[in-house]
Design a protein. Structure first.
Ligand code: 13P
Ligand code: SF4
Length: 369
C-alpha cells in the first residue's frame, strides 16, 4: 500500500497533538510503566534505522532478516509494536499467529522504495516479460516491498530477499529458472548478481513507468531483469563522496549498504546489510578510520558506540530516512497507551488471500537463509 493510501486508511487513528507537547521524562516513564505491566505480552522490535529515543525501548533490534526471524519466533506476545516501516510490520503480521496483533506506531511510516512497485505495474511487466522470455523467469522481491508484491513472487515460485541473504537466494533462484526478475531495488539486484559473477552486460532493466525493457544486446543473454526502483536515501552516496574521503585520508575504510549504486559499491572497501556494517565496525581495530554509507540514525549510533575509532558519514550532508523517522517517542507512547486502553491503533493486518502467497515467498526465503 502506498504512503498516500496508508494515510487515507488511518481512519482517524492519528496521534493527538497533545502527545507532542509532553515532557521527555514523562513519556519515558509512561512507556516504562506499560512495558512493565505487559511483560512478555508486549514485544517491541526496532530496526537499526530507528531513532535512539525509540531504540532504547526495543526488546530486539536487527536488520530486516533478523526482525522477520524474531517476529516469527515470538509466540508469547499478544501485541507487537513494530518500530520500523510499513512493509516490516506487514511481514511481522504475516509471520505471526492470527491472534497476535501487530501495530505500527505511525501509519505514515512507509518506504518510498516499496512504493516503486505496485500490482498493476507488476502484472504488466510479467505479461510483457513472459511474452519475450516464456516460462524462464523466477521473480524475487526485496523485502522492501508490499505484501501484494511478495504474494506475486510466492505465486510464481519465487521468494523474498533481504540484503543479508540476497546472495544465497539469487544462487538458489538460478537453480530454479534460467533468469531472475528482481523487484523493486535495481541496485541490490545488480550488486548481488555482479557479486555472483553475472556481468553487467547480462542484466536488463525493466522501467515500470515507460513499460519498457532497457537492454542493448541479444535477449537470450539476459540473466537478470532489474526493476527500476531505488532507495532515495542510499542513492545520495556518490562516487565523489568516496573520492573525497579517500583523497583526504587514504587510510580510511569505506563501508556501504548494497542499496547504494553499483559504482559506489565497487569503489567501497566493504558492503553489506545494516547488521554487517555494525559487526564489521565492532570488530575493527581501535584507531581505524571508517566512512559509512547508510542511514544517518544508524551512523550516529555507531559513532557514539565506538569512541576509539574515527567514524564519519560517507556523505556529510546526509539526512535520516524520513519515513523511518516518523516513529518517535510520542508515537511509541501513544501506540502503547492505545493498546492499554483496549483500542490499538495502527493495526497492520494483511488480508488472508494475499498473506497466503506472501508467506510462501517469505518462508522460502527463511528456509534458505
Ligand atoms: P537491512 O537492515 O536489512 O540491511 O535493510 C536496510 C533498509 O533499508 C531497511 O529499509
Ligand atoms: Fe525505504 Fe530507503 Fe528508508 Fe530503507 S532507507 S526504509 S529502503 S526509503
Amino acid at each position: 500500500m502506498s504512503i498516500v493510501n496508508l494515510i487515507n486508511h488511518t481512519n482517524g487513528s492519528m496521534m493527538p497533538e497533545y502527545y507532542k507537547k509532553l515532557a521527555e521524562e514523562d513519556m519515558k516513564e509512561r512507556i516504562r510503566r506499560i512495558k512493565k505491566k505487559y511483560g512478555e505480552k508486549l514485544f517491541i522490535p526496532g530496526h537499526h534505522y530507528q531513532k535512539d529515543e525509540v531504540i532504547q525501548f526495543a526488546d530486539a533490534t536487527g536488520d530486516s532478516l533478523q526482525l522477520a526471524q524474531v517476529a516469527q519466533q515470538n509466540k508469547k506476545a499478544e501485541y507487537i509494536v513494530f518500530c520500523g516501516v510499513h512493509f516490516m510490520a506487514e511481514t511481522a503480521d504475516m509471520l505471526t499467529a492470527k491472534e497476535q496483533v501487530v501495530v505500527l506506531p505511525d501509519m505514515r511510516a512507509g518506504c518510498s522504495m516499496a512504493d516503486m512497485a505496485n500490482m498493476r505495474q507488476t502484472n504488466r511487466a510479467w505479461e510483457e516479460l513472459t511474452k519475450r522470455f516464456g516460462d524462464t523467469i523466477i521473480p524475487l522481491t526485496y523485502v522492501n516491498s508490499t505484501a501484494e508484491i511478495k504474494a506475486f513472487t510466492g505465486r510464481n515460485g519465487g521468494a523474498a530477499v533481504t540484503s543479508s541473504n540476497a546472495k544465497h537466494i539469487l544462487t538458489w533462484a538460478l537453480t530454479q529458472k534460467e533468469r531472475i526478475l528482481f523487484l523493486p531495488d535495481q541496485h541490490l539486484g545488480r550488486n548481488t548478481a555482479y557479486d555472483l559473477g553475472i556481468p553487467l552486460s547480462r542484466m536488463a532493466v525493466w522501467d515500470p513507468i515507460e513499460e519498457e525493457l532497457l537492454y542493448d544486446g541479444d535477449l537470450q543473454d539476459v540473466k537478470v531483469i532489474l526493476w527500476k526502483g531505488h532507495c532515495s536515501v542510499h542513492e545520495k552516496f556518490t562516487v565523489s563522496n568516496i573520492k573525497n574521503v579517500k583523497e583526504r585520508d587514504p587510510g580510511i575504510n569505506v563501508i556501504v549498504h548494497p542499496e547504494c549504486t553499483h559504482e559506489v559499491v565497487m569503489l567501497s572497501d566493504f558492503s553489506g546489510s545494516t547488521k554487517k556494517i555494525i559487526d564489521t565496525i565492532s570488530k575493527a581495530e581501535p584507531g581505524s578510520k571508517w566512512a559509512i554509507g547508510t542511514e544517518m540514525n544508524l551512523v550516529q549510533r555507531i559513532i557514539k558506540r565506538h569512541p576509539d575509532k574515527q567514524i564519519e558519514s560517507l556523505n556529510p550532508d546526509m539526512c535520516p530516512c524520513l519515513t523511518m523517522n516518523r516513529i518517535d517517542l510520542p508515537h511509541l507512547l501513544w501506540s502503547l497507551e492505545q493498546i492499554d486502553k483496549g483500542e490499538p491503533a495502527g493495526v497492520i493486518k494483511v488480508e488472508e488471500a494475499v498473506a497466503k502467497d506472501a508467506v510462501a515467498s517469505l518462508n522460502r526465503m527463511l528456509g534458505i537463509s
